[in-house]
Design a protein. Structure first.
Length: 147
């Protein structure tokens, strides 16, 4: 509903500019240029900024596609930003990325050796081969152990 109100406001402004500048001031060419600029600014504002805010705060509809070859795990909101977690079986990594239109200011976190599907099926996950990723310190003590 809020989306319809937004677009009604943008179209109302465009019509008002055409009437005020084009008809009243007898400058139709200038009015059409200003109307086109208003439409472009209104579209860019909605597409790159307002769509997620409208969906989160006032309800709405938004469609996101999972990249080919990946599996969707979770979605969450952090303030007004939508974060999506997908699993990539080719690299055995979980990709937690901020969803933004046009990939502007998009955050991305990659978790290596993530195996969420094996954990769900009850099989034992693979242990990391890299000693730097091992949970033990150089003296063989478990880093999580308390004394």
């Amino acid at each position: 509903m809020i989306t319809y109100l937004y677009w009604a406001l943008v179209i109302g402004l465009v019509v008002a500019v055409i009437v005020a500048v084009g008809i009243k001031m007898d400058n139709l060419k200038g009015a059409l240029v200003a109307a086109a600029a208003l439409l472009l600014i209104g579209w860019a504002l909605y597409y790159f900024y307002l769509q997620q805010i409208f969906v989160k705060r006032w309800g709405g509809v938004m469609t996101i596609k999972v990249p080919v070859g990946q599996y969707h795990i979770a979605t969450t909101w952090k303030e007004d930003n939508l974060w999506v977690e997908n699993y990539d079986p080719e690299t055995n990594s979980c990709v937690f990325s901020e969803y933004s239109k046009g990939n502007l200011l998009q955050g991305r976190v990659t978790i290596k050796n993530c195996n969420p599907l094996a954990l769900r099926s009850g099989t034992k996950p693979q242990q990391p081969q890299d000693p730097a990723m091992s949970p033990r310190s150089q003296d063989g003590q478990d880093q999580g152990a308390t004394r």
